[in-house]
Design a protein around this ligand. Structure first.
Ligand code: KIV
Length: 283
């Protein structure tokens, strides 16, 4: 029996090998269509638990469940053929113990077929990262600003402003790298800290709001394309204005429906010639 592996797909090992090389291009994806549109131009697609806020309108990521992540992970896998797909472990699915983390991460790997999982945390999560990595689950770590700890870590703000906090975050990055993570997200940190982390650890750093000093960058795709209604973080560069385009399209559609312009004859199905008189032919 010969095992088949899709060798076009980027793996966690391929991402690890990019340390210090051409910058890694990473984006979030939550749906099959988005994955199809992004796949060609990205190295890594993250099914981020940010989907709770972006798609479901939650105030933070804490309400996201494992079932939600699995459903969206499967959709993204259907839409991608080349990028390395990583699925976020949601709040409560991995913090309790390495064993619980393994059980839930293994379920994600089996049901989604993704290349690995991401989990938030540094020194306190190193044992779990090692437990998963040693048992065949590639782990993307996440240090700096940790959205799942928003209630205990003081909200969405830049990290590493003072030496004590910068030293702690550097220690987090060193711990997860030593534990066997294949890369780490560095979120919301000042540039000197992102640079120090990138120079110190031997796995790629993927920055979000963490300066160009990282080995790669990630953004939430909806932020990149302007598909939101309110706040844009400082670190986001907007490349399109899809939110406004959608609102404009809805306005034009509503004007056309109300004035009777849509649907026009070109949008209507016509009867085949003679199709309406053959019933009476037999009578
Ligand atoms: O959930 C997410 O989308 C993330 C990225 C912002 C890194 O963790």
């Amino acid at each position: 029996m010969s095992a088949h592996r899709d060798n076009k797909k980027t793996t966690a090992i391929d991402i690890l090998a990019r340390k210090g090389g051409e910058p890694l291009v990473c984006l979030t994806a939550y749906t099959s269509l988005t994955a199809q549109l992004l796949d060609e131009n990205t190295d890594l697609l993250l099914v981020g638990d940010s989907l709770g806020m972006v798609l479901y309108g939650l105030d933070d990521t804490l309400g996201v469940t494992l079932d939600m992540m699995i459903a969206h992970g499967k959709a993204v896998m259907r839409g991608s053929s080349k990028a390395c797909v990583i699925v976020d472990m949601p709040f409560g699915s991995y913090q309790e113990s390495p064993e619980v983390a393994f059980r839930n991460a293994a379920r994600v790997m089996k049901e989604v077929g993704c290349a690995g999982v991401k989990l938030e945390g540094g020194v306190e999560m190193a044992e779990t990262v090692e437990y998963l990595a040693r048992r065949g689950i590639p782990v993307l770590a996440h240090v700096g600003l940790l959205p799942q700890s928003v209630n205990t870590a003081g909200g969405f703000r830049s990290h590493g402003q003072d030496k004590q906090e910068a030293d702690r975050i550097l220690a987090d990055a060193v711990a997860v790298a030593k534990a066997g993570a294949f890369a780490t997200v560095v979120e919301g940190t000042v540039e000197p800290l992102a640079r120090k982390i990138t120079e110190t650890i031997d796995i790629p750093t993927i920055g979000i709001g963490a300066s160009p000093a990282c080995d790669g960058q990630i953004l939430v795709t909806e932020d990149l394309v302007g598909l939101f209604t309110d706040f844009t973080p400082k670190f986001v560069k907007r490349y399109a204005d899809l939110g406004q385009q959608i609102a404009d399209a809805a306005k034009s559609y509503s004007d056309d429906v109300r004035s009777g312009v849509f649907p026009g004859p070109e949008h209507c199905f016509a009867m085949r010639p003679g199709a309406d008189d053959d019933d009476s032919a037999d009578d």
